[in-house]
Design a protein around this ligand. Structure first.
Ligand SMILES: [Fe+2]
Ligand SMILES: [Fe+2]
Length: 257
Protein backbone atom coordinates (compact mmCIF):
# COMPACT_ATOMS: atom_id res chain seq x y z
CA UNK A 1 0.00 0.00 0.00
CA UNK A 2 1.28 3.48 -0.82
CA UNK A 3 1.37 6.07 1.90
CA UNK A 4 1.37 9.62 0.59
CA UNK A 5 2.96 12.27 2.72
CA UNK A 6 4.60 15.64 2.41
CA UNK A 7 8.35 15.28 2.99
CA UNK A 8 9.83 17.21 5.86
CA UNK A 9 11.40 20.51 4.96
CA UNK A 10 14.82 20.10 3.37
CA UNK A 11 14.49 16.33 3.20
CA UNK A 12 16.16 15.88 -0.14
CA UNK A 13 17.51 12.43 0.47
CA UNK A 14 14.83 10.62 -1.48
CA UNK A 15 15.04 8.11 -4.29
CA UNK A 16 13.32 8.90 -7.56
CA UNK A 17 10.83 6.16 -8.50
CA UNK A 18 9.42 7.66 -11.68
CA UNK A 19 7.28 10.42 -13.08
CA UNK A 20 3.57 10.85 -13.65
CA UNK A 21 1.28 13.22 -15.48
CA UNK A 22 -1.71 14.45 -13.50
CA UNK A 23 -4.21 16.92 -14.98
CA UNK A 24 -1.71 17.97 -17.61
CA UNK A 25 1.09 18.66 -15.14
CA UNK A 26 4.19 16.64 -14.43
CA UNK A 27 5.12 15.21 -11.07
CA UNK A 28 8.04 13.17 -9.82
CA UNK A 29 7.46 10.19 -7.57
CA UNK A 30 9.92 9.73 -4.72
CA UNK A 31 10.55 7.11 -2.06
CA UNK A 32 11.74 8.29 1.33
CA UNK A 33 14.21 6.35 3.50
CA UNK A 34 11.28 5.04 5.61
CA UNK A 35 9.67 3.59 2.46
CA UNK A 36 6.89 6.16 2.20
CA UNK A 37 6.00 7.61 -1.18
CA UNK A 38 5.73 11.32 -2.07
CA UNK A 39 4.56 12.88 -5.30
CA UNK A 40 6.24 16.23 -5.88
CA UNK A 41 5.63 18.81 -8.56
CA UNK A 42 8.38 19.05 -11.18
CA UNK A 43 8.46 22.77 -10.32
CA UNK A 44 10.19 22.11 -6.98
CA UNK A 45 13.53 23.51 -8.02
CA UNK A 46 15.47 22.87 -4.79
CA UNK A 47 14.39 19.25 -4.67
CA UNK A 48 15.26 18.72 -8.32
CA UNK A 49 18.69 20.27 -7.92
CA UNK A 50 19.44 18.17 -4.83
CA UNK A 51 18.23 15.00 -6.59
CA UNK A 52 20.39 15.58 -9.68
CA UNK A 53 23.37 16.45 -7.46
CA UNK A 54 22.89 13.17 -5.62
CA UNK A 55 22.58 11.28 -8.91
CA UNK A 56 25.94 12.69 -10.06
CA UNK A 57 27.54 11.76 -6.74
CA UNK A 58 26.23 8.20 -7.04
CA UNK A 59 27.44 7.80 -10.61
CA UNK A 60 30.59 9.82 -11.36
CA UNK A 61 30.69 8.40 -14.91
CA UNK A 62 28.30 11.26 -15.74
CA UNK A 63 31.25 13.59 -15.10
CA UNK A 64 33.39 11.53 -17.48
CA UNK A 65 30.82 11.99 -20.26
CA UNK A 66 30.88 15.76 -19.70
CA UNK A 67 34.65 15.80 -19.47
CA UNK A 68 34.94 14.57 -23.08
CA UNK A 69 34.18 18.17 -24.04
CA UNK A 70 35.67 19.76 -20.90
CA UNK A 71 32.21 20.69 -19.60
CA UNK A 72 31.91 21.48 -15.91
CA UNK A 73 28.68 20.11 -14.38
CA UNK A 74 26.17 22.91 -13.98
CA UNK A 75 22.64 21.84 -13.04
CA UNK A 76 20.13 23.88 -15.04
CA UNK A 77 16.91 23.21 -13.13
CA UNK A 78 15.08 26.03 -14.93
CA UNK A 79 15.46 24.07 -18.16
CA UNK A 80 14.33 20.89 -16.46
CA UNK A 81 11.19 22.57 -15.13
CA UNK A 82 10.37 23.95 -18.59
CA UNK A 83 10.97 20.56 -20.20
CA UNK A 84 8.98 18.67 -17.57
CA UNK A 85 5.88 20.77 -17.85
CA UNK A 86 6.33 21.44 -21.55
CA UNK A 87 8.08 19.14 -24.00
CA UNK A 88 8.29 15.98 -21.86
CA UNK A 89 4.65 16.39 -20.90
CA UNK A 90 3.69 16.83 -24.59
CA UNK A 91 5.78 13.82 -25.58
CA UNK A 92 3.98 11.74 -22.96
CA UNK A 93 0.58 12.80 -24.33
CA UNK A 94 1.57 11.93 -27.92
CA UNK A 95 3.24 8.63 -26.92
CA UNK A 96 0.09 7.50 -25.13
CA UNK A 97 -1.95 8.74 -28.10
CA UNK A 98 0.12 6.59 -30.48
CA UNK A 99 -0.10 3.64 -28.09
CA UNK A 100 -3.90 3.92 -27.89
CA UNK A 101 -4.16 3.72 -31.70
CA UNK A 102 -2.09 0.53 -32.02
CA UNK A 103 -3.62 -2.93 -32.34
CA UNK A 104 -4.11 -4.85 -29.10
CA UNK A 105 -1.42 -7.33 -30.23
CA UNK A 106 1.16 -4.54 -30.37
CA UNK A 107 -0.09 -2.90 -27.17
CA UNK A 108 0.46 -6.18 -25.34
CA UNK A 109 4.19 -5.94 -26.09
CA UNK A 110 4.81 -2.89 -23.89
CA UNK A 111 3.21 -1.42 -20.82
CA UNK A 112 1.53 1.95 -20.97
CA UNK A 113 3.14 2.88 -17.64
CA UNK A 114 6.63 2.31 -19.01
CA UNK A 115 5.85 4.58 -21.96
CA UNK A 116 4.41 7.27 -19.69
CA UNK A 117 7.36 7.16 -17.36
CA UNK A 118 10.01 7.09 -20.08
CA UNK A 119 8.45 9.97 -22.00
CA UNK A 120 8.12 12.04 -18.82
CA UNK A 121 11.84 11.51 -18.12
CA UNK A 122 13.38 11.15 -21.59
CA UNK A 123 15.17 14.53 -21.78
CA UNK A 124 16.27 14.71 -18.14
CA UNK A 125 19.91 14.63 -19.28
CA UNK A 126 19.47 18.12 -20.76
CA UNK A 127 19.72 19.42 -17.19
CA UNK A 128 23.52 19.15 -17.61
CA UNK A 129 23.82 20.42 -21.19
CA UNK A 130 25.22 23.98 -21.22
CA UNK A 131 22.44 26.44 -21.99
CA UNK A 132 24.53 28.17 -24.68
CA UNK A 133 24.26 24.89 -26.63
CA UNK A 134 20.71 24.04 -25.59
CA UNK A 135 19.33 27.47 -26.44
CA UNK A 136 21.54 28.42 -29.37
CA UNK A 137 19.36 30.34 -31.84
CA UNK A 138 21.34 29.20 -34.89
CA UNK A 139 22.40 25.82 -36.25
CA UNK A 140 24.64 23.81 -33.94
CA UNK A 141 28.16 23.13 -35.21
CA UNK A 142 29.62 19.61 -35.15
CA UNK A 143 31.04 19.89 -31.62
CA UNK A 144 27.86 21.47 -30.23
CA UNK A 145 25.77 18.76 -31.89
CA UNK A 146 27.94 16.10 -30.25
CA UNK A 147 27.49 17.83 -26.86
CA UNK A 148 23.73 18.05 -27.35
CA UNK A 149 23.54 14.37 -28.35
CA UNK A 150 25.09 13.37 -25.03
CA UNK A 151 21.84 14.20 -23.23
CA UNK A 152 20.22 10.79 -23.73
CA UNK A 153 23.24 8.97 -22.29
CA UNK A 154 23.53 11.49 -19.42
CA UNK A 155 19.83 11.04 -18.61
CA UNK A 156 20.28 7.28 -18.60
CA UNK A 157 23.36 7.43 -16.33
CA UNK A 158 21.63 9.83 -13.91
CA UNK A 159 18.46 7.75 -13.69
CA UNK A 160 20.40 4.51 -13.32
CA UNK A 161 21.23 5.56 -9.75
CA UNK A 162 17.54 5.68 -8.82
CA UNK A 163 14.77 3.09 -8.52
CA UNK A 164 13.73 3.25 -12.18
CA UNK A 165 12.76 0.15 -14.16
CA UNK A 166 15.16 -1.37 -16.70
CA UNK A 167 12.58 -0.86 -19.47
CA UNK A 168 12.19 2.85 -18.73
CA UNK A 169 15.97 3.31 -18.54
CA UNK A 170 16.40 1.69 -21.96
CA UNK A 171 13.81 3.96 -23.54
CA UNK A 172 15.45 7.05 -22.03
CA UNK A 173 18.82 5.94 -23.38
CA UNK A 174 17.54 5.19 -26.89
CA UNK A 175 14.85 7.81 -27.41
CA UNK A 176 16.89 9.17 -30.34
CA UNK A 177 17.21 5.81 -32.06
CA UNK A 178 15.26 5.05 -35.18
CA UNK A 179 13.97 1.99 -36.98
CA UNK A 180 17.24 1.19 -38.74
CA UNK A 181 19.28 2.03 -35.63
CA UNK A 182 21.14 4.87 -37.31
CA UNK A 183 20.31 7.27 -34.47
CA UNK A 184 22.24 7.69 -31.23
CA UNK A 185 23.75 6.42 -28.97
CA UNK A 186 25.14 3.43 -30.86
CA UNK A 187 23.58 0.11 -29.85
CA UNK A 188 26.17 -2.49 -28.87
CA UNK A 189 25.87 -5.88 -30.59
CA UNK A 190 25.23 -7.46 -27.16
CA UNK A 191 22.20 -5.20 -26.56
CA UNK A 192 18.65 -6.00 -27.64
CA UNK A 193 16.50 -2.92 -27.58
CA UNK A 194 12.72 -2.82 -27.36
CA UNK A 195 12.15 -1.53 -30.88
CA UNK A 196 8.42 -0.93 -30.44
CA UNK A 197 8.90 1.14 -27.28
CA UNK A 198 11.77 3.08 -28.84
CA UNK A 199 9.72 3.74 -31.98
CA UNK A 200 6.75 5.05 -29.97
CA UNK A 201 8.89 7.33 -27.77
CA UNK A 202 11.13 8.59 -30.57
CA UNK A 203 8.19 9.31 -32.90
CA UNK A 204 6.23 11.04 -30.13
CA UNK A 205 9.37 13.03 -29.25
CA UNK A 206 9.84 14.18 -32.86
CA UNK A 207 6.18 15.08 -33.36
CA UNK A 208 5.89 17.04 -30.12
CA UNK A 209 9.18 18.85 -30.83
CA UNK A 210 7.95 19.90 -34.30
CA UNK A 211 4.68 21.15 -32.77
CA UNK A 212 6.59 23.37 -30.32
CA UNK A 213 8.40 26.60 -31.15
CA UNK A 214 12.17 26.54 -30.81
CA UNK A 215 14.61 29.44 -30.49
CA UNK A 216 15.74 28.71 -34.07
CA UNK A 217 12.33 28.08 -35.72
CA UNK A 218 8.59 28.66 -35.40
CA UNK A 219 6.10 26.05 -34.25
CA UNK A 220 5.09 23.84 -37.17
CA UNK A 221 1.49 23.04 -38.09
CA UNK A 222 -0.02 19.58 -37.78
CA UNK A 223 0.19 19.01 -41.56
CA UNK A 224 3.80 20.26 -41.77
CA UNK A 225 4.82 18.03 -38.86
CA UNK A 226 3.09 14.95 -40.29
CA UNK A 227 4.68 15.54 -43.69
CA UNK A 228 8.17 15.78 -42.21
CA UNK A 229 7.64 12.53 -40.33
CA UNK A 230 6.16 10.83 -43.41
CA UNK A 231 9.49 11.55 -45.11
CA UNK A 232 11.11 9.67 -42.21
CA UNK A 233 8.84 6.69 -42.95
CA UNK A 234 10.12 6.70 -46.54
CA UNK A 235 13.71 6.95 -45.23
CA UNK A 236 13.14 3.89 -43.02
CA UNK A 237 13.46 5.85 -39.76
CA UNK A 238 9.87 5.43 -38.56
CA UNK A 239 7.82 2.23 -38.88
CA UNK A 240 4.72 2.72 -41.01
CA UNK A 241 2.40 1.27 -38.32
CA UNK A 242 3.71 3.75 -35.74
CA UNK A 243 3.24 6.60 -38.23
CA UNK A 244 -0.30 5.40 -38.99
CA UNK A 245 -1.08 5.40 -35.26
CA UNK A 246 0.41 8.90 -34.91
CA UNK A 247 -1.62 10.10 -37.91
CA UNK A 248 -4.86 8.70 -36.42
CA UNK A 249 -4.06 10.26 -33.04
CA UNK A 250 -3.24 13.66 -34.58
CA UNK A 251 -6.35 13.61 -36.79
CA UNK A 252 -8.61 12.85 -33.85
CA UNK A 253 -7.05 14.64 -30.90
CA UNK A 254 -4.51 17.27 -32.00
CA UNK A 255 -6.94 20.13 -32.49
CA UNK A 256 -4.38 22.97 -32.47
CA UNK A 257 -3.52 24.65 -35.78
FE1 LIG B 1 16.08 14.05 -26.51
FE1 LIG C 1 12.69 15.22 -26.40
Amino acid sequence: MFLYKTPQKDNYNMLLLGAVQISGHSFFVYKDSDGSISIKSSREEKLQKATVKKMIKLNPSVLKILDRYKIKPCIDTKTLIELSDGHMNDTCRVAIGIYSMLSSNLRALISENTLKEASMLHDLGKVLIPSKVLNKPTKLNKKERAIMNMHSMIGYELLKTQDISKETLELVKYHHQNLKHSGYPTIKSSEHIHDLGVQIISTADKYSALREARVYRRRLSKIESLLILYKEVLEGKIHKDIYKALFEYAKKYDKAA
